[in-house]
Design a protein around this ligand. Sequence first.
Ligand code: FMN
Length: 203
Amino acid sequence: MKITIISGSHREPSQSRKVANHIEKELQQHHGVDTWLFALANNPLPLWDQAVWGDSQEWTERLAPIRQQLASSDGFVIISPEWHGQVPSGLKNFFLLFNRFELGHKPALIVTVSAGGGGAYPVAELRMSSYKNNRICYLPEHVIVRTVEQVLNDDDNDNNPDADGYIRKRIRWALGILTGYAEAMQPMREQVQVHHDDFANGM
Ligand SMILES: Cc1cc2nc3c(=O)[nH]c(=O)nc-3n(C[C@H](O)[C@H](O)[C@H](O)COP(=O)(O)O)c2cc1C
C-alpha cells in the first residue's frame, strides 16, 4: 500500500511540513505502508493556465512524474494550514492540475494546521470545493492540529505534554482509519466502473 502526503504550505520551513514529516514516519513505522511526500513549499507548480488543457510539452513533462506518483497511490493525506481563514492558493492549484485518474475514488484524510485555535475553515473548504471533478474521497474523520508550535516537535521540551500526547494518539488512530479505507477501496475501483467518458466531471 502506498499513501501520498501533500504538505500544502508555501512556506519554507513551515509547521505543515513538520506535521507532514510526523505523519510520514507514522505511516511507515507504525502502519507499515510506503509513502511519498510532496511539499508545496516554494511553489514547485506554476499556476494553472490554458496550456494545461492544450498540447503543451512543457506541462506534460512537468506533471508526468507527479501524476505517476499520485496514480500509484492508494490514498492521500491532505495537509492544509489555515491562511486568512482559507486553504493556501498553491493547494487549490494542485486540485486544478490533477484529476480523477490520479485521485479519483481514493480515500483522503484531511489534516489542517493552525498556530492558534483555527483550522476549521480549511476543513470546510476542502470538503466543499476540492473534490467535485477529481472525486477524491474525504474520510468523515479529519484532524485539526491546533497550537501547532507546541506539538509534534522532536525535542520534547518544546511540546505541551497534554496537547502533544493527545494529537499523536489521534493522528495514529486516524491514519489507521485511512489505511483501512485504502485497503477496502482498492478492489472497489476494479469491480465498479468508476470512470465514465460521458461523466468526466462531477455535478
Ligand atoms: C498568510 C498567513 C495567514 C494566516 N492566517 C491564519 C488564519 O486565518 N488562522 C489561523 O489560525 N492561522 C493563520 N496563520 C498562521 C498559521 O496558522 C501558522 O503559520 C501555522 O504555522 C500554519 O502555517 P504553516 O504550515 O505555513 O507554518 C496564517 C499564516 C500565514 C503565513
